[in-house]
Design a protein around this ligand. Structure first.
Ligand SMILES: Cc1cc2nc3c(=O)[nH]c(=O)nc-3n(C[C@H](O)[C@H](O)[C@H](O)COP(=O)(O)OP(=O)(O)OC[C@H]3O[C@@H](n4cnc5c(N)ncnc54)[C@H](O)[C@@H]3O)c2cc1C
Length: 414
């Protein structure tokens, strides 16, 4: 792998930037692998990277039906935080946060992780009670979290309007939270995994999962049958479709989730502002665009678009909070398909088929977990049993009833 550094930049500048190598190979798939990862989003690529790096697994392929990051990874609004309510979720997301803090160096790729803080506004007395409860739980778990008064919010963002139809009574704030550059995350993991020998095969759709005597034996793809000792399904909104191919059902609903970006502005908003109550959140990218997100569309489906009323109510809420943005023009809008589980927590672990593993159910909030999710799934695949960090996130919890209800801290709030 050609390493990036100030020296490689200078060398290539002198050479008119004609000497850069391709970032990863485009190999034809082999007939057989030790591990096949289905899905070339951030989670699938991170899984392959940590399998090769931490567990020395030799023959790994990532099969992606489209292009890398073409799913939710590069459609999301990139909010990264770890201030969840329950111990199990906090531990998992905080593990991811620690990996984020060293990720650019680890991958030798700038993922532009920017710890600018995330603020969750409270608009009712019940919101404020929930915020107090969550901040206290976070502090007990060693997570940086504080409650902000309206005056403090105003000091941090002088142009915010707190006197809205549902007045802002305060907020929770996680200073170490922030945003990252989403496609760089996919590319950085792809490049580093490729350097460790992982075959990344784009435009290769998995259309069947073969099994013999209850164990997985391989996958049928648009590029032929590929034999595999182990297969991991990491397909976000399409996880149920893949589980169906393997003969079991997942307790997931696939919904569209929308976002939009504005024309670029000079730097004005230096933190992330979210509101569960009014279903809207906003940040400003390093490029200057305002990045705005909505709640999920209520219907299920696979059309990556979403409906207009959701956008309309989101923008109403944003303009009420930030009247100063009322004349900013929006550049682009899009949707992604999110896999929502009943307790708003992911499913990471074994499946009823031996040798087949699953990582899904991240719903509206899986980007923040990308490195941690890949790390625990790699461990689960290599050891054939979950790591302590993902043991609670098994598929069995939906029959045993040991749910981890994070609706308050996840839901639409990413
Ligand atoms: C608008 C929007 C905003 C969001 N905002 C945030 C946020 O601010 N913070 C946050 O933490 N999370 C956010 N999320 C959620 C986050 O994007 C996802 O949870 C996360 O990116 C999931 O990553 P992934 O790698 O599992 O999925 P994906 O990136 O979707 O990767 C799955 C891949 O599997 C591939 N695939 C599917 N079926 C097959 C098949 N049969 N064969 C081969 N490949 C297949 C797909 O093409 C896709 O590339 C948001 C999501 C959306 C849509």
């Amino acid at each position: 792998m050609q390493r990036f550094s100030i020296w490689s930049l200078i060398r290539n500048a002198v050479g008119h930037h004609e000497g850069w190598q391709r970032q990863w190979r485009s190999p034809d798939p082999r007939r057989e692998y030790d591990v096949v990862v289905v899905g070339g989003g951030g989670h699938g690529l991170a899984t392959a990277y940590y399998l090769a790096k931490e567990h020395g697994v030799g023959r790994i392929a990532v099969l992606e039906r489209g292009w890398l990051g073409g799913g939710n990874t590069a459609r999301n609004t990139t909010i990264v935080r770890s201030n969840y309510l329950w111990d199990e979720a906090t531990r998992l997301y905080e593990h991811a946060m620690k990996l984020w803090e060293c990720l650019s160096r680890d991958l030798n790729y700038n993922v532009m992780f920017s710890q600018r803080g995330v603020m969750n506004l409270g608009h009712t007395l019940q919101d404020m009670r929930d915020i107090e409860r969550r901040v206290t739980a976070n502090q007990l778990n060693g997570i940086d979290a504080e409650v902000l008064s309206p005056a403090r919010i105003k000091t941090m963002i002088p142009f915010i309007n707190l006197d809205t139809r549902y007045p802002v009574l305060g907020a929770s704030f996680q200073p170490r939270a922030g945003v990252a550059r989403h496609d760089a995350v996919a590319w950085g993991f792809a490049r580093a995994a490729d350097a460790l020998g992982v075959d990344i095969v784009q435009h290769c759709e998995v259309q069947g999962i073969r099994r013999e005597n209850g164990s997985v034996t391989g996958v049928d793809t648009t590029r032929g049958f590929i034999r595999a000792k182990k297969v991991a399904l990491v397909a976000a909104g399409h996880s149920s479709v893949l589980a169906d191919m393997a003969g079991f059902r997942l307790p997931l609903e696939s919904h569209p989730l929308q976002a939009l970006v504005s024309e670029p502005l000079k730097p004005v908003l230096h933190t992330v502002v979210m509101s569960n109550a009014i279903h809207a959140y906003i940040s400003q990218s390093d490029k200057g665009d305002l990045v705005i997100g909505a709640g999920i569309d209520a219907y299920t489906g696979y059309g990556q678009r979403g409906s207009f009323p959701v956008i309309e109510s989101t923008l109403q809420a944003i303009v009420e909070l930030f009247p100063v943005f009322s004349r900013v023009r929006m550049n682009r809008q899009w949707g992604g398909i999110v896999d929502v589980s009943p307790d708003a927590c992911p499913i990471i672990g074994l499946t009823p088929v031996r040798g087949l593993y699953i990582n899904c159910g991240w719903g509206t909030g899986g980007f923040k977990a990308t490195p941690g999710s890949g790390w625990v799934l790699a461990h689960t695949i290599a050891q054939d049993r979950p790591h302590a960090l993902n043991a609670a996130f098994s598929l069995e919890r939906f029959s045993s009833g040991r749910l981890i209800d994070e609706h308050g801290a996840a839901a639409v709030a990413h």
